[in-house]
Design a protein around this ligand. Sequence first.
Ligand code: ZN
Length: 232
Amino acid sequence: MDMRLFNKEVECAVCKNHFTTQKTRNRRLKVLKRHEDFYVEYEDISPMHYHVWVCPECGYSATESEFYNIKKQEIPIIKEAISSKWTKKSYGGNRSLSEVENTYKLALAIATILKKSKGYIGGLCLKLAWTYREMGSEKEGVFLKNAIIAFTEAYETEVMPIDTIEEVPMTYLIGELNRELGNYQQAIHWYGKVVDHSDIKYYRHLKIKAREQWRIAKEAYNKKRKASQEKH
Ligand SMILES: [Zn+2]
């Protein structure tokens, strides 16, 4: 077995089956690069690849933190919508990127069926987008967009932290995701909210980062506007 991974025994919250899933020993993993949107690029194995637990018997899937957060009355809903169509498959070994993609799609489908918080749904969309980034797939953009929609709604209606991200970093993240998709005006708006936030004194590095990214977004916005004016 790969020394960077270890087995964890899990009891399924839906069908009570016992199964094994892998977790990462993070200190043994090698970080290659930290992206501006909090995505951490690892050499080969990433903790993100093992965040979703999938029951091989019934297909119930959720991240570690949400796995047991299911109500009794929700169990028949999963059995009906997921388990009845499920072909037994284990995600307990080393996961390929396409298996990682499947685990997030499953967790997202279940989160949507159970009407989980927008923060949780946004987090799954973001991890799925990052999985597509690793795969070099253009589907990344679709899920970054879905993450923005979910996080923006969570920001307005849900209690912080959102998907373990506190308010100031989340404000920055929404700005950064907008910038990545070329929504420069939106990005500028959210970076501005970061810099003006009453808690910004606790996040000096984000203040610097938000200012840098604000400048990059502003330049890109001006360039885009100039290009469209020249066209007309
Ligand atoms: Zn199960």
